[in-house]
Ligand binder design. Structure first.
Ligand code: ACO
Length: 409
């Protein structure tokens, strides 16, 4: 009997359990800040109203050169520095985003090329503000199954480009930014302990961004409206989303805690999606915990959708609010409707036995090589294309045919 050919030897069966630890984290933030007062120049609102109803004081807004991919790249590079690994060691890159530049290529693929992560698969994940928790769960599941060992998960958004600036119900809420984590396989117990991912698509019309596939706007793609919603612009029923958020935060954290065999008393910190201070306060009341258990930095960044949890997480780590051994919770909610909770036991990346202590310089070289490689490939394609257009007879196929004509066979 002929054996089927395989492209790679089968992986050895795992006998030991594998855990997925967060070993790196970082942010990529636009430099420009827009305060509530700045907003009042073109939105019918006031600093007092925004602070009182949302808790937001200011947000970051991308400049013309900053994109979802460039901010995501910055965050991924910062996370790789903490994890101290080379881009070539990454097996998988997931970017959670609802504001990509393209439907495809994915933002994750663009970042993969810029990092020089030549051994990684890459894809975007669309679950709005729950996207980061969904993506960390996907990466952790892949690690625990033994199919990969290292993943980079990014939440990155430039919502300033999809906000309808004439709609004061949404224009005041959102900001731009990115956060990332590196997950790594380990035999040490801990890391991602449990997660709960949920969706209720019957609430789809509550918030969304109609795009090119939307049937009602197919004929007028640049100026179209879909059931009163503008093409490529976000719409939201704020009041309904508010009620939904309060209901699911407490419920899903409790479910994730049950799965991890823990209670809310075991939590050192909850890092929620940064949507509205009043939502966080109501969730604290529902869980019967002090508001201080929640990490909150929306006053300075507003709602950065899929990026808000990793941005808040990085600040919590920098402030010493999370230390190795702590149990923490992530909770996201938003468009879909979707929601997700996760319990993580925080790890100390330095406590693991790392045989390869790599320098920042080696990574920098890798990024530069990736940058030049991408440009050289593009230039070589352009030259090839130009040569073929100017002198089609000198094209590669033509040369090949002539060489074959000249040869004896
Ligand atoms: N400035 C001044 N006044 C305003 C503004 C504004 N920006 N927006 C609304 N108002 C007025 C309204 O016109 C209304 O006036 P009226 O009483 O005279 O009619 C009054 O303020 C109250 O309006 P509401 O819409 O009831 O205000 P509310 O307290 O619900 O706050 C908000 C609105 C901030 C949008 C809130 O509903 C909210 O935060 N919702 C949740 C958003 C969220 O969590 N999204 C997460 C998911 S995002 C994602 O997935 C991408």
């Amino acid at each position: 009997m002929v054996k089927a050919k395989t492209t790679a030897p089968p992986r050895p069966r795992n006998t030991e359990p594998i855990y997925a630890h967060i070993v790196g984290w970082g942010v990529g933030l636009p430099e420009r800040t827009m305060t509530n007062d700045d907003l009042t120049a073109f939105v019918d609102t006031s600093d007092e109203w925004i602070k009182a109803r949302t808790g937001i004081h200011e947000r970051r807004i991308a400049n013309s050169k900053e994109t979802t991919a460039t901010l995501g790249l910055k965050a991924a590079q910062a996370a790789l520095n903490i994890a101290d690994i080379l881009p070539t060691d990454i097996d998988l890159i997931i970017c959670a985003t609802s504001s990509p530049e393209y439907i495809f290529p994915s933002t994750a693929s663009v970042i993969q090329a810029w990092l020089g992560a030549s051994n990684a698969g890459a894809f975007d994940l669309s679950a709005a503000c729950s996207g980061f928790v969904y993506a960390v769960d996907m990466a952790a599941q892949s690690i625990r199954s033994g199919s990969i060992t290292t993943a980079v998960v990014i939440g990155s958004e430039t919502f300033s480009r999809v906000i309808d600036w004439t709609d004061r119900g949404t224009a005041i809420l959102f900001g731009d930014g990115a956060g990332a984590v590196v997950l790594s396989a380990s035999s040490i117990e801990g890391g991602v302990l449990s997660s709960v991912l949920r969706s209720d698509g019957s609430g789809a019309e509550m918030l969304g961004i109609p795009t090119v596939g939307s049937i009602d706007i197919a004929d007028i793609p640049t100026i179209g409206v879909n059931e009163g919603h503008k093409m490529g612009k976000m719409h939201m029923n704020g009041g309904e989303v508010f009620k939904f958020a309060i209901r699911v935060i407490g419920e899903s954290i409790t479910q994730a805690l049950d799965l991890a065999g823990l209670t809310v008393a075991d939590l050192k910190l909850i890092v929620p999606h940064q949507a509205n201070l009043r939502i966080i306060q109501a969730a604290a009341r529902a869980l019967k915990v002090d508001e201080s258990l929640f990490m909150c930095n929306l006053d300075r960044f507003g709602n950065t959708s899929a990026a808000s949890i990793p941005i808040a997480l990085c600040e919590a780590v920098a402030l010493g609010r999370v230390v190795p051994g702590d149990n923490i919770a992530f909770v996201g909610f938003g468009g879909g409707l979707t929601w997700a909770s996760m319990i993580v036991q925080w790890s100390d990346p330095q406590s693991e036995d790392r045989s390869r202590l790599l320098t920042r310089q080696r990574r920098e070289i890798s990024y530069r090589v990736a940058w030049w490689r991408a440009r050289l490939i593009r230039i070589s394609r352009q030259i090839d294309d130009l040569v073929r257009r100017i002198r089609p007879q000198r094209g590669r196929m033509e040369r090949l045919r002539r060489n074959m004509d000249r040869s004896d066979f």
